[in-house]
Design a protein around this ligand. Sequence first.
Ligand code: PEP
Ligand code: MG
Length: 539
Amino acid sequence: MVKYVGTPASGGLTLAKIKIVNRRIAGFKRVVLAPHREKALFNAAVILAKDEIKTLMEHASAQHQDILNFQVVMLDDEGLRNLILSQIEEQVGAARAVELAMEEYCDRMKNVGDEYLAQRASDIRDALTRVIDILDGRNRERFVLTEPCIIVADEILPSDLAVIDRKFAMGFITEGGSYHNHANIIARTTGTPSVCGVDSEILNPLNDGKMVAMDGYTGEVFVAPTEEITAIFHHKMSLEHRQSVKQQQLRDAVVRTAKGEEIAIYANCNDPKDIALAINNGAQGIGLVRSEILFMSTTYNLTLPSQIRFYTECIRAAKGHEITIRTFDIGADKPLENLNLEKEPNPALGMRGVRLMYSQPQLFETQIEALLVSADRCGKINVMIPMVCVENDIADYFEMVERVKERLFKEGTISRDNICWGIMIETPSAALISEELAKYVNFFSIGTNDLTQYVLAADRINTNAARYYNPAHPAVVKLIEMTVASAEKYGLKVSVCGESAADFESAKIYIDKGVRCLSMAQNAMLAIKERLIDEFSAL
Ligand code: PEP
Ligand code: MG
């Protein structure tokens, strides 16, 4: 047995077989042939890799197609090919030559210090790893799961999540990643245990197929657990199961403060499946649907009809409960390779969230149209805008909304405006001028993930800065208090939808400051309900 300890990123206990997915290893299984034969093998592998990528493109979303297309182009890139061929000339085997060239080329791209190029480097790495796998006779469809397993990977990219079959993914263990990266946010909303920042030794191919016991609460991972550890895990898992059965009884219970005020528990979701699960688990509403998931989906894409299908399915899955859809929040920790966004030295402080409407007006107009049509067809919805800092951005955004709405009314596409608008309060500026911003909207949703990062100048995905990242810090709480006061003054609803809404100690502080709605990953709802009910009934 070998024990590792990583960073707990999504709670839960699991015991299952390991599936290793490592993009960073090259194969050396073959005998190295003469350079001209290695070159021939390399050329044949490139042709096969391009064929495989083109086949993948047939079923990919429009955005994913762009990435795959880029990969095909890069496999013909002369500079890259020359790097590989010159290694082969030096008697290096084709697979190793591709790996060496890949490291050199991708490192160069990463070291430019440009977020966009760094992302492109991982696309190139993906394409070249396919070539290496072909040369080494390995399976290329890395995330195709056929049985329950725990994925042990170098990292899990948001696009990987789109192809992972949730019913077989029992857990994620990664060398890279952080609590706040997108893959782990999604793991928490789907209730999949996850541990990140684990020693790279765990990626040893010899671990593939071995049993592993993982504890997503503590970050402990046991490869090939002893009988004793296995028995302890079985015991803990049955306690966890018993606890969740007990918590299920709280499904319809209502949290009330000692003074009898109701605290609504809502869920943060990514798609209609999550929403159905959340409602089934007693969510009183859906406080956040992250619409940028459409960029990573293989089920939906960004065309108008597909977006309308996505939003209408989300609304219907909410079964008449309040639902809040957030407009695209792209950039910083949610980069998208396929939008050709301008390179920025500091993306967290750049053109992310609502600010992107200036460079991508068509993208935002289509989304507004899809939301207006969906609400017209299915009933009232809330829509909120992320990354608001200044009044001008909201005014410009609503000007766009008015333009789209007017056209749709004129065309007879919609007969009513069924959207209630709100904004996220997730920048210090938005909280400080929340009284001014209140004039434009009907509700505020406090995004403590970003608010904490911006207030405390602590990057949410930088583990080295984790000790500064505290959503219950008095500076963050002061801004929450200000936001609640502005909301009360202007009769707006206010909720907290950051991850800390599910943290008992933080939640208590927020409630104390007047927050009456907490929106969180659906698998955290019942546990926090239980603790809050215990807390308030003891007072
Ligand atoms: C937040 O910032 O708190 C939030 C809920 O949004 P996201 O995590 O998607 O940035
Ligand atoms: Mg945010």
